[in-house]
Ligand binder design. Structure first.
Ligand code: FES
Ligand code: FE2
Length: 348
């Protein structure tokens, strides 16, 4: 079961260029995403209502898509507007549509009750459209349930062990860190962790060979069902970062969105951004490659974990103190799913 009455990332805006007909399974539904000649992005059922052929194997014609089985033509509202060889088109001949909003370089989709669509609730990651911030948006496909990926992000302590030689740097991160109180919200949480007088992790060392010891911070925010926003910083040790002095710091903003494909597979959209003013492109490449290397380390652990959990559904997981954020997020998601089920039951 998935939360449905919320916004999910369906695609990066740049994935819908050059007349691409992007067929993507989202929450077990086959969806066709495309940008019409009017520039507007549409999301319609990727199943022709005639005989069920994939519309993503069809042909874009202006703002419409033609099914290349028997030639029915559908507009962006999912309405069939032409049946070759037949004079009239039944007015109810249509495929399902989903509300999509193409904003901030992301295409957001509302998979649930279309009468509850609320554009004011589209999450924001302003750095994506800020000319001062740079990075390459990217995508990974996971053979794992989206919540296992969210769990991983909700507990940043894993950087010490999974990413020792890439993003973490040292197992001391777990032992010596201090954390702010966990802020619990009705749609997520925020948590800051500090590691003072820390060594620079390998991925930052690559872009700064001279920096000595640092005071390091990570402020993670997560929103239901599985959106992750991270501010990471590295300030010269002892120069007063906790009092707000950011001089000489490296600061990064990281966004990751997990959109379920199926119960056991996930679309993973990510970007890691810096605000350097020199060698912008080179730094963007270096950071992108380092983070991607780290993400493959996560992927190995999480996809294996998925198999282990699938092999024995009776296996009982035990919580530790560091699980408080992920427990909160999972509880919120389960509550929202319960509310949605009760609402649907009341309507039926
Ligand atoms: S299946 Fe699409 S036109 Fe027949
Ligand atoms: Fe990780």
């Amino acid at each position: 079961m998935f939360m449905k009455n919320c916004w999910y990332v369906a695609a990066w805006s740049h994935e819908l260029i050059d007349d691409v007909l992007l067929g993507r399974t989202l929450l077990n539904q086959k969806v066709l995403l495309y940008r019409g000649s009017d520039g507007k992005v549409n999301a319609i059922d990727d199943r022709c209502c005639h005989r069920g052929a994939l519309l993503s194997k069809g042909r874009l014609e202006g703002n419409c898509v033609r099914c290349m089985y028997h030639g029915l033509l559908f507009d962006g509202n999912g309405t069939c507007v032409e049946i070759p060889g037949q004079e009239t088109v039944p007015p109810d001949l249509k495929v399902k549509t989903y509300k999509v909003v193409d904003t901030g370089r992301l295409v957001w989709i509302w998979m649930g009750d279309q009468t509850l669509v609320d554009e004011s609730k589209i999450p924001e990651f302003p750095y994506l459209n800020d000319p001062e911030w740079h990075g390459f948006p990217d995508y990974l496909h996971y053979q794992a349930n989206y919540q296992l990926i969210a769990d991983n992000l909700a507990d940043i302590n894993h950087i010490a062990y999974v990413h020792t030689n890439t993003l973490g740097g040292s197992e001391r991160y777990v032992m010596e860190q201090t954390a702010s109180p966990l802020e619990r919200f009705e749609d997520g949480f925020r948590l800051t962790k500090w590691h003072m007088n820390s060594d620079l992790p390998p991925f930052v060392r690559k872009i700064d060979k001279k920096m000595g010891k640092v005071d390091r911070w990570n402020t993670a925010e997560m929103k239901v069902p599985a959106l992750f926003f991270l501010e990471s910083g590295f300030s010269p040790a002892g120069t007063g970062i906790q009092e707000g002095n950011k001089e000489g710091s490296h600061e990064f903003h990281n966004f990751q969105a997990m959109t379920p494909e199926t119960e056991e597979t996930t679309h993973f959209f990510w970007v890691y951004m810096h605000n350097k003013k020199q060698d912008v492109e080179l730094l963007s490449h270096s950071l992108h490659d380092s983070i991607l290397e780290g993400f493959h380390e996560d992927k190995d652990v999480i996809e294996t974990q998925q198999k282990v959990l699938r092999d024995d559904p009776t296996f009982r997981l035990r919580a530790i103190a560091a699980d408080a954020p992920l427990s909160h997020l999972r509880w919120l998601v389960s509550q929202r799913i319960k509310e949605e089920s009760e609402r649907a039951a009341a309507q039926s």
